[in-house]
Design a protein around this ligand. Structure first.
Ligand code: ADP
Ligand code: MG
Length: 299
């Protein structure tokens, strides 16, 4: 696994306000991370610190294993943390060309990135004619112009209508499926559930949970399983098991989400009788979901 970003004991105080409190987590290449927490929980401050626009009070963060200076590392990062400033009377293409010029990057990817955010057919329309969703998509295109290793988005669907929200989420998933790592901040549990593979939940700047989204939201719990051989056959057997509602994979581990109660002993016996010898079996029973729901509702 390749670590893109690592935060260690990061802290930020604004006077009396402890906005980020001893926060540590790692971002691995290829995953989609959500920082989830209610408004005021320190999400934007955290993003600001790692992007060098907010000064940390203490702690550390390092990009790409610390092999590059933050300045060099940030050239490999695409970020939208504020409403972007585009020129209203310039077209989508003209705005992106200007950004390329300012950033000193080639403008050859403009069409490709406009296609990636479904704006290619509007490339010659003036920015002021765009809906809010289109403006946000143009911002995403602009953040992708340098083919970043990681795309960082702060509340990417705020203020959009349901159709606009759906489009942005789909675009984020498409970008992720092409291998770009994503870090997004959101106060919406359902957004993180729909878009992210991993989540860091914070409240009052304090990390409450970090891990896979599957694990956080499975209400009957889940099994982690590994076998050294016949993995595909195992997946088929699990998929057909009545107590299992969903199968996914996290690197070498199979994650079986449960829809009814079943013990480790029962599943182990069942699989053994089918000829599978597990090299790893853990039952996880997340009890945090309600807590997350409560804290994200508690705006
Ligand atoms: P979130 O993005 O999760 O809504 P923020 O990072 O914006 O949270 O804010 C975290 C806390 O820090 C809040 O209490 C907020 O009022 C405070 N805060 C954020 N920016 C500043 C600032 N520039 N000066 C003083 N307090 C700030
Ligand atoms: Mg914020």
């Amino acid at each position: 696994m390749e670590t893109i970003l690592s935060l260690k004991n990061l802290d930020k105080k604004y006077g009396q306000v402890h906005a980020v409190n001893n926060l540590s987590f790692d971002i691995q290449k290829g995953n989609v991370y959500g920082i989830l927490g209610p408004n005021g929980s320190g999400k934007s401050t955290t993003l600001g610190i790692i992007l060098n626009v907010v000064n940390k009070t203490s702690g550390e963060f390092s990009w790409f294993n610390g092999d590059l200076s933050t300045h060099e590392a940030l050239k490999k990062v695409g970020a939208i943390i504020e409403r972007p400033n585009f020129y209203p009377y310039m077209t989508a293409t003209q705005n992106l060309k200007l950004i390329c010029k300012i950033k000193g990057i080639s403008s050859e990817k403009i069409d490709e990135k406009l296609k990636a955010v479904n704006l290619f057919d509007r490339k010659n329309s003036k920015f002021k004619t765009f809906s809010l969703g289109m403006k946000q998509r143009l911002a995403i295109a602009s953040a992708l112009l340098n083919d970043p290793e990681i795309l960082i988005l702060d509340e990417p669907t705020n203020g959009l209508d349901p159709q606009g929200i759906h489009e942005i989420r789909q675009i984020i998933k498409d970008i992720a499926s092409n291998g770009t790592t994503i870090l997004l901040a959101s106060h919406l549990l359902d957004e993180v559930e729909k878009v992210c593979s991993h989540v860091v939940v914070i409240r009052n700047g304090i990390k409450l949970y970090s891990g896979r989204v599957d694990e956080m939201t499975a209400s009957k719990g889940l099994f982690e399983l590994k076998v050294n051989e016949n993995e595909e056959e195992l997946i088929v057997v699990l998929e057909n098991h009545p107590a299992i509602s969903k199968i996914s994979k996290d690197h070498e581990t199979i994650i079986a989400t449960l829809n009814s109660e079943i013990s480790s002993t029962e599943i182990n016996k069942f699989l053994f009788e089918k000829g599978f010898i597990l090299s790893h079996l853990v039952k996880r029973k997340p009890s945090l979901e309600q807590q997350f729901l409560d804290l994200t509702k508690n705006k």
